[in-house]
Write a protein that binds this ligand. Structure first.
Ligand code: PBG
Length: 339
């Protein structure tokens, strides 16, 4: 019998607070769990660098030298994260992004070194895109200029180059390629090129739903992007959701192994839709600007950094992505391992 004074408690047969009474019971009923082995760490490798170079707005994130990359990979192994996603920044850029096809270029060399270091202990993913390699900074090559002298990115000419780049990166030892350029047919073209080169077992992480986002700001600095203008003719319009489902289904049909939604925090609805639309694993990328917002607010003492980061990552899991790309991967794995 309750001794409640107002008698109200007698009528409450549903008390959700019972399951929140202490940490043990909260853990017992927790619905999702961020796990170190499902975190992917993006890494930047800069050709010709002597010292690691910090990136504005992203504390702890640097452009790596060959040496600092080794150390970071050791930390990744130690932390038990799931994988690394490697971006290369070359010395030389040209309109066709030729360095992307150099088997001894910055990205291929980094992939080869990382594979030699890790074997199969973590998943080595190479970014498959031209934006770091082109002098104009677009994700593909440009077509003939129109009457006003403006050129659009030529989808099909770009696919041909992605195919060759895919074979080069697979040859260097990538387990997986991150098809991030938002060209139509890029997954099919990549699959075909990989298979033709005997790389049937190299998988494709398809950036199926990638938005033309303002939250990529610090990344452009990280890769010394030469882009003027924007990517709105190939990346998606942030106002659209149904369009993502179309993109995701196309990529699945073209042979994607994993579907990526990017950015993450501003696109949780898209992650949920993706989860419902296909039976493939869903990944999401907490991008540079999303990290920078949290870091900046925490640095000013406005929010508590560690719980804010864990809450942000939990939201991505809850929405339906079980794989998260985050610059915090190693640090967060450390927190999770310590529990
Ligand atoms: C382009 C690319 C972008 C990011 C990764 N690869 C963005 C863009 O410039 O379109 C963004 C990652 C981030 O902001 O953390 N291939």
């Amino acid at each position: 019998m309750s001794n409640s004074a107002n008698g109200l408690s007698n009528s409450l047969n549903q008390r959700p607070r019972r399951l929140r009474a202490n940490a043990a019971i909260r853990n017992l009923v927790s619905e999702t769990q961020v796990r170190p082995e499902q975190l992917i760490l993006p890494l930047f490798v800069r050709e010709g660098l002597n010292e690691p170079k910090p990136i504005k707005g992203l504390p702890g994130v640097v452009q790596h030298t060959e040496t600092s990359l080794r150390v970071e990979i050791d930390r990744a192994l130690e932390a038990g994260i799931g994988g690394v996603m490697v971006f290369g920044i070359p010395n030389h850029r040209d309109p066709l992004g030729s360095e992307a096809l150099n088997p001894n270029g910055v990205l291929s060399n980094a992939i080869r070194d990382i594979r030699a270091q890790v074997g199969d202990r973590l998943v080595v993913i190479a970014d498959l895109c031209l934006d770091e390699f082109t002098s104009h900074g677009h994700c593909g090559v440009l077509g003939k200029p129109d009457a006003h002298g403006n050129s659009a990115v030529d989808n099909d000419a770009t696919l041909e180059i992605y195919g060759r780049m895919a074979a080069v990166l697979a040859e260097a030892g990538a387990h997986m390629l991150g098809a991030s350029g938002m060209m139509d047919g890029q997954v099919a073209a990549t699959r075909r090129a990989l298979d033709a080169a005997g790389h049937q077992d190299v998988s494709i992480l398809a950036y199926a739903a990638k938005y033309a986002s303002a939250f990529y700001g610090p990344f452009r600095d990280a890769v010394e992007s030469q882009l003027e203008g924007d990517r709105k003719t190939y990346q998606q319009d942030p106002r659209n959701a149904r369009e993502s489902i179309r993109e995701i289904k196309l990529d699945a049909a073209e042979g994607a192994d994993i579907i990526m939604v990017k950015p993450a925090l501003a696109y949780l609805d898209i992650i949920s839709e993706a989860r419902r639309s296909v039976d493939l694993p869903i990944a999401s990328y907490v991008v540079s600007g999303e990290m920078a917002m949290i870091e900046a607010a925490a640095a000013q003492g406005l929010i508590n950094r560690e719980p804010a980061i864990l809450e942000a990552l939990a939201s991505v899991y809850r929405a339906g992505a079980n794989i998260i790309c985050t610059y915090w991967a190693i640090e967060v794995a450390g927190w999770l391992n310590r529990r």
